[in-house]
Design a protein around this ligand. Structure first.
Ligand SMILES: NC(=O)c1ccc[n+]([C@@H]2O[C@H](COP(=O)([O-])OP(=O)(O)OC[C@H]3O[C@@H](n4cnc5c(N)ncnc54)[C@H](OP(=O)(O)O)[C@@H]3O)[C@@H](O)[C@H]2O)c1
Length: 324
C-alpha cells in the first residue's frame, strides 16, 4: 500500500486533481526552475520512489525546492508543451469563476468558457439575475456575492473551494460616471471606485488563496484609460487603475497569472440602452467602425486564461481604438 503524506503550505491545487509521483505519468517532476506550493494535498508516493523522503510534513517548503508539481491533466509535462493541441488551448476540466457573470461581457465569458469544456460558476449581487444566467447557460452554477462587502467576498471564496481561473467583469452603473471636474461630487467619486477598484482588489486578495497551480485572474478595464476626454476623469481613472493593478498583481501573485482586458465599446444590454446616435459617434472613427459583440470580448478573456505564458498584460478589444 502506498504511504500517504499530507503537508500544508500557502497555495492551492484542486483537491480533486489526482497527483502522481515521478514513477507514475509525470505529475511531480524533479527540478527547481519553477515552483508551485500546495495548500493541502495527499501524496501517494510509489513504493519504489526515493523522492517521497523529501516530502516532509514538517518542512513543507522542501517540496517547492525539489519538485515541480503539475496537477495531472491540467498542464502538460515538461518537454511536451510545444505541441499544438486543442486540449492545450481549451478549458476542458478547468473550473472558471466569473464575478459579474450574470449579464453582459461576464455572461459571454461564462458561455464561451462553458462551450470550451469548463465547469463555470457565475456570481453577482442579484440572486434573480444569477438564477436567470444559470438557466440560460444550461450547465453552470451560480452564487451571490457583493464586491462592495469585504466579508461577503471572503465568505464567497471560502465556500467556493479550489478553482482554476477567476474573471472579474463586475461593474455597477448606479452612480454617474461622467462629468467635468468642477461638477464632481467627491463623495460620489470615492464611491465610484468601490466596486470597480476596491471590490476587484478584495476579490483578488481572497480569490488568490484557492486558485489552482497554472491558474489565472483576468480583470476588466476600458479604452478610456488610454483615450480620455472632457468629463471622463473618473472613468479614465478607474480603467487605468485596473491596468496597473493587473501588472502589480502579476508580480505579487506569481506564478498565478494576472492580466486585464481593455474593452472598447461592447454591445451589451446596458450599452444598448444608450441612444443609437451616441453609440455611432463613438465607433465611427475606428478602423473597425462598429461596436464589438460580447462574444468577441469574451474571446480575449479565454485567450488570457488558456495561454499559460501570458501574464501582466493588457489586451485591448477595441476595434483599433488605440490607433486613432
Ligand atoms: N460594455 C462596454 O462597452 C464596456 C466598455 C468598457 C468597460 N466596460 C466594463 O466592463 C464591465 C462589464 O460591462 P457590461 O457591459 O458587461 O456590464 P453589465 O452587463 O452591467 O455587467 C456587470 C455585472 O456586474 C455585476 N455587478 C454589479 N455590481 C456588482 C457588485 N457590487 N458585486 C458583484 N457583481 C456586481 C452585475 O450584476 P448584479 O447587478 O446582479 O450585481 C452585472 O452582471 C463593467 O465593469 C464595465 O465598466 C464595459
Amino acid at each position: 500500500m502506498p504511504r500517504c503524506i499530507q503537508f500544508v503550505t500557502d497555495r492551492a491545487i484542486s483537491p480533486s486533481a489526482p497527483v502522481y509521483t515521478d514513477q507514475e505519468p509525470v505529475a511531480i517532476a524533479q527540478g527547481t526552475e519553477r515552483t508551485v506550493k500546495v495548500l493541502s494535498l495527499t501524496i501517494q508516493p510509489h513504493p519504489a520512489s526515493h523522492h517521497h523522503r523529501i516530502l516532509s510534513p514538517i518542512f513543507p517548503d522542501n517540496v517547492a525546492q525539489y519538485f515541480r508539481i503539475i496537477p495531472h491533466g491540467r498542464q502538460a509535462p515538461a518537454g511536451k508543451e510545444d505541441r499544438v493541441s486543442d486540449k492545450g488551448m481549451s478549458l476542458s476540466g478547468n473550473r472558471v469563476v466569473v464575478i459579474g457573470g450574470a449579464t453582459g461581457v461576464g455572461f459571454a465569458v461564462a458561455d464561451l468558457a462553458r462551450a470550451q469544456g469548463a465547469e463555470v460558476v457565475v456570481a453577482s449581487r442579484n440572486e434573480a439575475k444569477i438564477h436567470a444566467a444559470v438557466e440560460r447557460l444550461g450547465s453552470a452554477t451560480g452564487r451571490t456575492v457583493d464586491l462592495r462587502d469585504e466579508a461577503q467576498v471572503a465568505d464567497f471564496f471560502g465556500a467556493l473551494g479550489s478553482y482554476d481561473h477567476l474573471v472579474i467583469t463586475a461593474g455597477d452603473w448606479d452612480l454617474p460616471m461622467f462629468g467635468t471636474l468642477s461638477d464632481l461630487d467627491l463623495g460620489q467619486a470615492r464611491e465610484l471606485l468601490t466596486v470597480r477598484f476596491w471590490g476587484v482588489l478584495a476579490a483578488a486578495k481572497y480569490g488568490a488563496k484557492s486558485i489552482a497551480a497554472g491558474g489565472s485572474i483576468t480583470l476588466t478595464g476600458g479604452m478610456l484609460a488610454h483615450r480620455p476626454g472632457k468629463g471622463t476623469v473618473m472613468a479614465t481613472t478607474m480603467a487605468g487603475a485596473i491596468e496597473f493593478l493587473a501588472r502589480g498583481l502579476a508580480m505579487d501573485l506569481a506564478p498565478v497569472r494576472v492580466n486585464a482586458v481593455c474593452l472598447g465599446l461592447i454591445l451589451t444590454e446596458i450599452v444598448k440602452q444608450r441612444p443609437e446616435a451616441a453609440l455611432q459617434s463613438m465607433v465611427a472613427p475606428l478602423p473597425v467602425p462598429r461596436a464589438a459583440s460580447p462574444t468577441e470580448a469574451a474571446k480575449a478573456y479565454v485567450y488570457l486564461m488558456t495561454n499559460a505564458y501570458v501574464t501582466g498584460q493588457i489586451l485591448p478589444v477595441d476595434g483599433g481604438g488605440m490607433l486613432v
